[in-house]
Design a protein around this ligand. Structure first.
Ligand code: UT7
Length: 337
């Protein structure tokens, strides 16, 4: 039997309309555009401001656009997997809500919870499911409403994050394209440096947790920065070396978008000019599991069949890794939905 490769055959995306720029942030906390631009590289981020809607709203919008753009029959979808750290509810899964809203009849759904590595870990999981031959079409969504866990009185974190979602369709092919290789590692020592203290089983919600503002993301930025640079650079170098990739045959590195200085360090390690690096941090900020698929969504028209891409991410846990992906279609021919 011929080997089945798992390939992305379409992308949809969604970001909320509301733009929170650095000027507005500097009226909320003691910060300024110059600090945020030089230290992080973010000008503005999108925020889902409407009350009563969460991550599934954005995920559904992205998946709807994906279905429209690809023209795929929704009844042929086998599964939806949502990568998120900001699920609508503790349970049920956000993916099950998206599935219900899309009206899929022959699919099952589950979430994967791997912080900023959510998309690359989920894509790899979906690829294995496709390669097994048991599933034909899987929707993978990276979606996060980071504004729901950001403390807008804390200047050290509130400038960093935004909201958004993007969805890809993963299918089988016998052509030599798709996910080729991944190197993933998790270093469980990351807990003290990046976490959300309350609301889980260790520290359930209470008056105390609310009074002490424990339902917001906590980060020791400098430590996370150091680990992120080292891990993402090493992971990319390893995946490049074992697949014979270099600056001449890599079309794009698509890094998680947490800090422009981290992204530049990764590019430097691979000796890549910034034109070969997808960057959307300036206008979307860190959308956690959504950064990489959103970058693909925005740059779809630049991608050609056979392009070599490296995806890389780092996040809470610490989780990190890199994947080698060979793009499967000419993006310039796709009608944008
Ligand atoms: O996606 C998940 C993974 N996350 C990441 O990869 C994030 C990694 N970390 C970072 O990107 C950076 O560490 C930050 C952007 C979070 C912070 O940048 P930094 O260069 O590491 O700054 P710092 O935390 O060392 O703070 C330097 C100074 C401090 O002032 P003092 O103590 O030197 O007087 C901060 O209080 O900058 C101050 N500062 C700010 N100033 C103006 C911190 N936040 C701000 C702010 N505006 N928003």
């Amino acid at each position: 039997m011929e080997k089945i490769n798992a390939v992305i055959t379409g992308i949809g995306g969604y970001v909320p309309d509301y733009v929170l720029n650095n000027q507005e942030l500097s009226r909320m906390v003691d910060t300024n555009d110059e600090w945020i631009m030089t230290r992080v590289g973010i000008k503005e981020r999108r925020i889902l401001t409407e009350e009563g809607i969460g991550t599934s709203y954005m995920a559904r919008k992205a998946a709807k656009q994906l279905l429209k753009k690809t023209g795929v029959d929704p009844d042929t979808i086998d599964a939806i997997i949502v990568a998120t750290s900001t699920a609508d509810y503790k349970f049920p899964s956000t993916a099950s809500i998206v599935l219900g809203k899309l009206g899929l009849k022959n699919a099952f759904a589950f979430d994967m919870w791997s912080a900023c590595c959510g998309f690359i870990y989920t894509l790899d999981t979906a690829a294995s499911m496709i390669q097994s031959g048991r599933y034909k079409k899987i929707i993978v969504i990276g979606a996060d409403k980071m504004s729901s866990v950001v403390d807008y009185t804390d200047r050290s974190t509130c400038a960093l994050f935004g909201d958004g979602a993007a969805a890809v369709l993963v299918e089988g092919t016998t052509e030599d394209v798709g996910l080729k290789d991944s190197y993933f590692r998790s270093d469980g020592h990351g807990l003290p440096f990046l976490h959300l203290k309350a609301g889980g089983s260790v520290c359930p919600a209470s008056h105390f947790t609310v009074d002490h503002r424990l339902h917001y993301l906590y980060q020791e930025g400098r430590t996370v920065f150091r680990y992120a640079v080292t891990s993402m650079s090493n992971d990319c170098a390893l995946i490049a070396e074992r697949n014979g990739l270099n600056k001449d045959n890599i079309r794009f590195v698509v890094p998680h978008q947490a800090n422009i200085r981290i992204i530049e360090a990764v590019a430097k390690r691979l000796e890549l000019p910034m034109e070969q690096v997808m960057v959307n941090i300036e206008h979307f900020g860190n959308t956690s599991a959504a950064t990489i698929p959103l970058a693909l969504w925005e740059n779809e028209s630049k991608l050609k069949k056979g392009d070599n891409l490296i995806f890389t991410a780092f996040g809470a846990g610490f989780v990190h890794g890199a994947s080698y992906y060979k793009w499967g279609y000419d993006g310039s021919t796709v009608e944008q939905g």
